[in-house]
Design a protein around this ligand. Structure first.
Ligand SMILES: NC(=O)c1ccc[n+]([C@@H]2O[C@H](COP(=O)([O-])OP(=O)(O)OC[C@H]3O[C@@H](n4cnc5c(N)ncnc54)[C@H](O)[C@@H]3O)[C@@H](O)[C@H]2O)c1
Length: 273
């Protein structure tokens, strides 16, 4: 459904690893809606070259490598992007997450603090770095929009989500704090979308993920929200239709976050008469 909602808008999309990635779907949708953008990911994530297929499908979008934990890489990314477009951008998607503790199966109570630092740096502080770089370079137009992806483990305990829960809490806090300053000084808005569990490379790293997707499905009146629908929501936040939405954590989860229990789940506890 192309309505040219992003016609004339320019941006940067972080985190398209493969065609399951939420960022991949956002790029496809943004292109369909008339946007132009630069694609970026960590250098190591580009070695399979899949991002180049996406770039080709999106009007030969430039691909610029940047490790989101490197200030130098981010400065280079924003400089090259400004050069390419000959000016400022209108939107940024931060779709980045990784926990070495999750990857290496370290239990939350036995965390490795070097890994923990990395989790925070990659999954949360990177948003601050992106915003600081953009702010200092005055890289985003007034009424521009930055969206990052979060998960409800920031508010409620999901035991196997491990230190990513702490990272998402920090990510949402940075969204509020930077959202205040960027809004007051430059009228740029910053929000997180708290997405249903979604089958992607990052999502599938979480222990017991398949059971968990099934549980969330049975606890959501509308069912789990997919990656494509998440992209639709992101597009609405990049568009001019949501200009006064900022500093929010917006649930995109089929109603999961406000469901105490569903009939489907409670029926599993029914005693045989
Ligand atoms: N899949 C889910 O169930 C789910 C649910 C809610 C929120 N999210 C969030 O959505 C976002 C996107 O994840 P996804 O599910 O599409 O998985 P994904 O694995 O496709 O995307 C994660 C991306 O982070 C990138 N990345 C990792 N380290 C980086 C670094 N140092 N610098 C730059 N990029 C780096 C990876 O290369 C990858 O492209 C993440 O923030 C994730 O936590 C995912």
């Amino acid at each position: 459904m192309a309505n040219n909602l992003l016609e004339g808008k320019k941006g940067i999309i972080f985190g398209a690893l493969n065609d399951m990635s939420i960022a991949w779907k956002v790029a496809e949708q943004a292109y369909d809606q008339g946007a132009e953008f630069v694609l970026t990911n960590a250098p190591i994530a580009m070695r399979m070259g899949e991002i180049n297929n996406l770039a080709e499908k999106c009007g030969d979008a430039p691909v610029i490598a940047a490790d989101a934990t490197s200030d130098d890489d981010l400065a280079n990314l924003f400089d090259k992007t400004a050069e390419h477009f000959g000016g400022k951008i209108d939107f940024v998607l931060h779709s980045i997450g990784m926990s070495p503790n999750v990857r290496k199966g370290k239990h939350y109570t036995a965390t490795n603090y070097d890994f923990y630092h990395k989790t925070m740096d990659i999954s949360a502080m990177s948003l601050h770095r992106v915003l600081k770089t953009a702010f200092e370079k005055d890289a985003i137009n007034e009424w521009g929009s930055v969206v990052a992806l979060s998960y409800i483990a920031a508010q409620r305990v999901f035991p196997d989500y491990n230190d990513m829960a702490d990272a998402k809490s920090l990510l949402e806090s940075i969204t509020r704090s930077f959202g205040y300053h960027y809004g007051a000084k430059r009228k740029v808005r910053i929000n997180t979308i708290s997405q249903s569990p979604t089958v992607t490379t990052a999502g599938s790293g979480v222990k017991g993920f398949d059971e968990f997707v099934a549980y969330a499905e049975s606890m959501s009146p509308l069912g789990n929200a997919g990656a494509k629908e998440c992209a639709d929501y992101v597009i609405s936040l990049f568009s001019d239709l949501t200009r006064y939405v900022t500093m929010q954590n917006l649930f995109h989860d089929g109603g999961f976050s406000f469901t105490g229990v569903s009939e489907e789940v409670i029926s599993k506890f029914a005693k045989d008469e």
